[in-house]
Ligand binder design. Structure first.
Ligand code: SN0
Length: 320
């Protein structure tokens, strides 16, 4: 595997889930693969699970992880080409990338959407430069439009907890005080569309996800109707994707607290499991009683982040 952005990069999902099960059962069985190999984990933005689970996955495979926090430990980096660098950014990605990749065998990057310029974000302008100028396998650790390690961990979790062959999985928008990227819902939709599940998306008008990710998944604007009979409820906030109105890209269109997932919502489901990628704003996205219930999967989901990252790194090491 040369890069990990999309569900298509992992190939057959049944095989990937089988491999995830093996990795979870015997995490140290491939320790030889990473011997004398280095993975660089570069963070332009904050992280808790991604930084820890990626390091843990690398260590399980016998690799040496190096973590770099851009702007805190390093120079501030310019990401746009052709600009006069007379501001606070001391170094350009064009030099920083080949320098960083000369020190490692694999590289993972977290670089959130700026939510200012849709074309810049949806062109994956930052991560694409790592692919182009780095010459090493690249893992998106949440980039402008995707968070594939999260979506793969979510799929592993659904596979572990599903009580029927084809469960109903509902992705629901929920309110948040800040404008957040679309990477998590984009990847979740992309992976659910590829998985053997009955997938439904619900959100207020204007929050339509980019068709490249939403595909043909049905969108039900009535949240309660969408949740009826759900086996898994996946809550997430995202800002306006700018599909129907490009001028509103990255904006908050609604803070309707009626969308906060609470007991009233869960009551119409098929005793559904609750899922969220974390970090979560309690009593904005989800009520305390729902996230604290035994049907909440937020912790098992987070634990599976090690498994998804390890399968991806293992495959990359195998194809070096
Ligand atoms: C990020 C997002 O993409 O929504 C990362 C999720 C894995 N979430 C946030 O930035 C939340 C920040 C906040 O203030 O709640």
């Amino acid at each position: 595997m040369k890069s990990f952005f999309h569900v298509s990069d992992i190939g057959d999902l049944g095989a990937a889930l089988g491999e995830a099960k093996q990795v979870k059962a015997t995490p140290f069985a491939w320790k030889h693969l990473g011997e004398n190999k280095t993975i660089m984990l570069v963070f332009f933005n904050s992280s808790l699970r991604t930084r820890l689970s990626s390091q843990k996955a690398a260590l399980n495979l016998g690799m040496n992880p190096i973590v770099l926090n851009i702007g805190q430990d390093s120079w501030k980096l310019e990401t746009e080409m052709g600009v006069v660098m007379d501001g606070d950014k001391s170094e350009h990605l064009r030099e920083a990338i080949p320098v960083m990749t000369s020190y490692c065998d694999l590289i993972g990057i977290r670089s959130f959407a700026g939510l200012q310029d849709r074309a810049f974000d949806y062109g994956e302008t930052v991560l694409r430069q790592f692919v182009e100028y780095g010459g090493k396998p690249v893992i998106s650790l949440e980039s402008a439009t995707v968070h594939p390690c999260q979506a793969f961990a979510d799929l592993i979790t659904i596979e572990e907890y599903r009580k029927k062959k084809r469960p109903k999985v509902v992705l629901t928008w929920a309110p948040h005080p800040r404008a957040l990227p679309q990477a998590v819902p984009n990847s979740f939709a992309e992976w659910m569309n590829a998985a053997d599940v009955d997938f439904v998306i619900t959100h207020p008008h204007g929050y339509e996800l980019d068709p490249a990710f939403a595909g043909n998944a049905p969108v039900e604007y009535d949240q309660m109707k969408a949740l009826e009979g759900a086996d898994f409820v996946y809550a997430k906030n995202w800002s306006c994707p700018g599909v129907t109105d490009p001028a509103r890209y990255g904006q908050i269109l609604s803070k309707d607290m009626g969308w906060t997932v609470d007991a009233r919502h869960m009551a119409v489901t098929n005793n559904a499991y609750f899922m969220h990628c974390l970090p979560v704003r309690r009593n904005m996205i989800v009520s305390d009683e729902v996230i604290d219930a035994p049907t909440s999967l937020v912790i098992p989901e987070a634990a599976n982040r090690v498994v998804s990252a390890q399968v991806v790194m293992k495959r990359m090491l195998e194809s070096l």
